[in-house]
Design a protein around this ligand. Structure first.
Ligand SMILES: [Fe+2]
Length: 327
């Protein structure tokens, strides 16, 4: 049955990091709102819809503070479900072959087949009102006598997706498809799968791709912003703070999103993304050849591996460059 667990998006991502202060500074400059902190060294940030990023100090001996794959990195992904019954259905499904546990807050914790710590909770996200961007087209005026919105800093609306580097993406995807009911939206042949957790909504919530280095680690996490102007305005602000571009700005071929990725102190890249494909049951998955230029149909700053594109921001790709951070 499609979406039998009524999973509806990413609630929270927890990072365990060695550079705690830098990581918290980055999250704040990214445009997330500080929500809570505790004496044990945990800081909680929220996007506009209530989806959360928790940053804790890495402590490899503590499973809750153990980063995956690197000295800093992903600690746990929490998925939102629509109701309590879905949580209990998930518990019944997962306890067949792995440990599952409810914590005192009613959050269900378990693990996927690769050891990625998963949690599930009744969603606390709520759609924050967003005024639709008005565009003027050659034959249609939607913004008359009105200046366009200018973004000095991004205010991410939601966590859009996470992208995991794994050894075998097809094998890793089986757990999410067969046990959790995720759906394949598109594929890179022999390279990766774009999965969505519900039939309707974002093109993907989880991208699993064969990594260049062995092991499982979070490659990047994407935040949805209102439009391409917020991608650029937010990215320019992050750039002005000395953080280094990983790729972009550009536009993806798969999912159509405009993007800008930055290197972070959290053991992965973070991505601003806007205008991604929204799909429903009628969407037809396609296979894309994993060719050199499929990552982006256009971009600045990323020297495409086929040599066709070189951009003006490629200074950020300087070998050995380390972020000079202003705080
Ligand atoms: Fe992405």
């Amino acid at each position: 049955m499609l979406n039998r667990f009524r999973i509806n998006g990413i609630e929270k991502v927890r990072f365990a990091v060695t550079e705690f202060e830098d990581a918290c500074t980055f999250a704040s400059q990214w445009g997330l709102s500080p929500a809570a902190s505790d004496a044990a060294g945990a800081f909680l940030f929220r996007a506009q819809d209530g989806s959360e990023v928790e940053i804790v100090r890495a402590e490899p001996a503590d499973p809750r503070r153990r980063p995956l794959g690197n000295s800093s990195g992903l600690s746990e992904i929490t998925w939102g479900v629509s109701d309590e019954a879905a949580l209990h259905a998930l518990e019944a499904e997962l306890c067949r072959d792995r440990a599952v546990e409810f914590d005192g807050d009613g959050v269900l914790h378990s693990v996927d087949d690769l050891g990625i710590r998963l949690a599930f909770r009744v969603t606390r996200r709520a759609e924050a009102p967003v005024e639709a961007t008005r565009y003027n087209s050659p034959t249609r005026t939607d913004r008359l006598n009105q200046r366009a919105v200018r973004y000095d800093q991004a205010r991410p609306h939601q966590i859009s997706h996470v992208a995991m580097g794994v050894d075998d993406a097809a094998a890793a995807a089986q757990f999410y498809i067969e046990r959790l009911g995720f759906i394949v939206s598109d594929r890179y042949a022999n390279r990766g799968l774009f999965l969505r957790c519900s039939p309707s909504g974002n093109h993907h919530h989880l991208f699993l791709m064969n990594g260049r280095t062995p092991g499982t680690r979070l490659n990047h996490m994407a935040f949805k912003v209102r439009d391409v102007h917020e991608v650029i305005g937010g990215g320019q602000y992050i750039d002005s703070k000395g953080w280094k571009t990983f790729a972009g700005p550009g536009r993806h071929t798969v999912s159509s999103a405009c993007f800008w990725y930055f290197l972070t102190p959290l053991g992965c890249a973070w991505e601003y993304a806007a205008d991604e494909d929204i799909v429903n049951e009628s969407w037809e998955a396609a296979d894309f050849a994993a060719t050199a230029d499929i990552f982006s149909e256009w971009t600045f700053g990323l020297e495409k591996s086929d040599g066709r594109l070189r951009g003006p921001i490629s200074v950020s790709k300087e070998a050995g460059a380390s972020p000079a951070v202003s705080k």
